[in-house]
Design a binder for this molecule. Structure first.
Ligand code: SAH
Length: 270
């Protein structure tokens, strides 16, 4: 769907929309996009049918149905050129593959910008790209503080550089590997952001204690049964001594971070 009703100047409210539990994921998207004021993700993509994808499941899906956030897709194909709606062409200078055209992507980004605040801190405009700044929890937190975000999903060899320069689009990477398209990267990043929005997780404290919230990895977790395959839960966890539990968890988090992520350990903030 291409409706762009914008959240500019609107207060961050999280009004609920009555939607039937029988709505299919794609119907949820169009229903919630009518809701003003909720945190909004706008996806520019050749494959709108990829959304909401896994974001339609579990906590993120429930939050989408409740209107705690909204998802709008803008179909790149709709801005294609000519009878065949061409969106790509061969790379200038030669070489393999195809490049998404600046005029096509530019028109889609114009549509995505309707009603959004001009300050990129309030509404980041991001191209999913293996050349980008690596996505992390701090970025997820910053994006969750904004009113919404526009995510441009590339395909083929990527997009014409001029459109990235012209719109001052920020490039962000899911990691040091190459995907065939930006859609999975967009879903991964949106999942990380949406779970930080107010009301999405049942237990707000769980976003403060988990991995990467204080520059440390999380301590190991255990649950019943008390003994499994001869392995016991560490005794301190069943001791009922909360101070001892907290101390053990902290020590384990530090041990795991030191062992597995010396890079995080070197720049930890807590
Ligand atoms: N030729 C490009 C890769 C294109 S991959 C290069 O070498 O840099 C096709 C699309 O997949 C990209 O336009 C981008 O939107 C997406 N993509 C691929 N890898 C990604 C990653 N690590 N993070 C985010 N998006 C990625």
């Amino acid at each position: 769907m291409t409706e762009a009703d914008g959240a500019a100047g609107k207060p961050r409210s999280h009004g609920r929309l009555a939607v039937s539990a029988s709505l299919q994921p794609r119907e949820l998207m169009t229903a919630t996009s009518r809701l003003k004021g909720a945190w909004c993700a706008r996806l520019v993509t050749l494959f709108p049918e990829a959304f909401p994808g896994t974001l339609g499941l579990s906590l993120t899906g429930k939050a989408l149905a409740e209107g705690l956030w909204a998802l709008e897709t803008i179909d790149l194909r709709g801005f294609g050129i000519g009878r065949h709606r061409n969106v790509d062409d061969s790379p200038a200078g030669g070489g393999a593959g195809m490049v998404l055209r600046a005029d096509v992507v530019g028109a889609a980004l114009d549509q995505a910008a309707i009603g959004t605040p001009p300050d990129r801190a309030d509404w980041p405009v991001v191209y999913l790209s293996p050349r980008g700044r690596p996505f992390d929890q701090a970025m997820a937190r910053a994006w969750a503080e904004a009113q919404g975000i526009t995510l441009l999903c590339g395909r083929f060899e990527g997009v014409d550089q001029r459109v990235l320069d012209h719109y001052a689009v920020e490039e962000v990477s899911l990691g040091d590997f190459v995907l065939t398209g930006g859609e999975i990267a967009a879903q991964a990043m949106l999942d990380a952001v949406v779970r930080l929005l107010p009301g999405v997780l049942g237990n707000a404290a769980s976003t403060e204690e988990e991995s990467h919230s204080h520059g440390l990895l999380e301590h190991p977790q255990y649950t019943r049964p008390a003994i499994w395959e001869g392995r016991e839960i560490p005794a301190v966890l069943t001791s009922g001594n909360h101070a001892a539990v907290a101390k053990w968890r902290r020590a384990e988090a530090e041990r795991l971070t030191r062992e597995r992520r010396p890079d995080l350990w070197a720049r930890r903030d807590a």
